[in-house]
Design a protein around this ligand. Structure first.
Ligand SMILES: [Zn+2]
Ligand SMILES: [Zn+2]
Length: 286
């Protein structure tokens, strides 16, 4: 694992892991050597970065976070690369709830495309946004007037009908419409569990939306939606219609590995036995 942290430029977390390991095995030569390596790298990167006098966020990303090059997992089963007719139908059913005129069809240009299923008239609903994956660290803030809708992130002080779902009185929504989206996608998976500490930790965390604490919140919503959806995460219509992320992305052990796996355990998933939530799947979802 320490080798991976070196490869992922996660120097700060590498140091932390070595410190933890050395508390238990103070004479272990490997950990001493890794720790020295991480310290030297950190000192060098820190020196170079600070010479450029960068903004605080840039410094945080350089010094505190790792970087990952996202690639499609090369052994993805064929049925997850090609969208099955069931996934295709589920995506179109979902789209039909959000649009009067659009449909997804196979495209002559390759793969799939979005098409008008009839001529569009003035007043037709082209596409409404009902995405259940809107996250803000203010979503469970108290007092309620300072919080944002748990579903759409609208500040509750400007919402005329803010209220909670009866069974979860501490989580507020701006409207019945947002409550319905929550019930349809993720409320059942989150119900009865208290994740307010995670939101508190994210609020004001160093690096804000780029912090490991915020990454965990995004995973919390994604995984709740997958677990409640009941199908394989990559066949969930909400995610099956998306292309996996590629290119470089910020990464942390706490946000991208420990956090989501802990959340899955809180949802009752045996992460060692249930291959549906394997590490490569978490990466594809991200
Ligand atoms: Zn809302
Ligand atoms: Zn509830």
């Amino acid at each position: 694992m320490t080798d991976s942290l070196v490869d992922l430029d996660a120097t700060r977390e590498g140091l932390k892991i070595c410190d933890e390991a050395l508390q238990n095995y103070p004479k272990n030569k490997d950990f001493i050597s890794y720790k020295n390596g991480f310290e030297a790298t950190y000192a060098m990167v820190s020196l170079v970065a600070k010479q450029q006098n960068p903004p605080a966020l840039h410094l945080f990303l350089t010094l505190d976070m790792g970087v990952i090059s996202m690639q499609n997992y090369p052994w993805i089963p064929k049925d997850m690369l090609e969208r099955s007719s069931d996934v295709f139908k589920a995506c179109n059913d979902d789209l039909a709830r959000r649009s009067d005129v659009l449909e997804i069809k196979r495209s002559g240009l390759g793969d799939y495309g979005m098409f008008a299923k009839r001529d569009i008239q003035r007043g037709d609903k082209i596409l409404s946004r009902q995405c259940p994956i809107n996250i803000s660290s203010k979503q469970t803030r108290l007092p309620v007037e300072e919080a944002e809708c748990f579903n759409c992130c609208q500040p509750l002080r400007v919402a005329s009908a803010a209220c909670a779902i009866e069974c979860c009185p501490n989580v507020f929504y701006c409207s019945t419409a947002c409550q319905l989206i929550a019930k349809a996608y993720y409320h059942e998976a989150l119900h009865g569990k208290d994740f307010s500490q995670m939101y508190k930790a994210s609020y004001g965390a160093k690096g804000r939306d780029h912090s490991p604490e915020f990454t965990k919140l995004v995973f919390l919503r994604i995984l709740a939606t997958c677990v409640q959806g009941g199908v394989h995460p990559l066949k969930n219509p909400l995610f099956a219609g998306l292309l996996p992320a590629t290119g470089r992305a910020i990464w942390s052990l706490v946000g991208n590995v420990i956090g989501p796996n802990k959340i899955l355990e809180d949802f009752g998933i045996d992460i060692f036995a249930n291959a549906d939530y394997d590490a490569w799947i978490l990466n594809q979802l991200w």
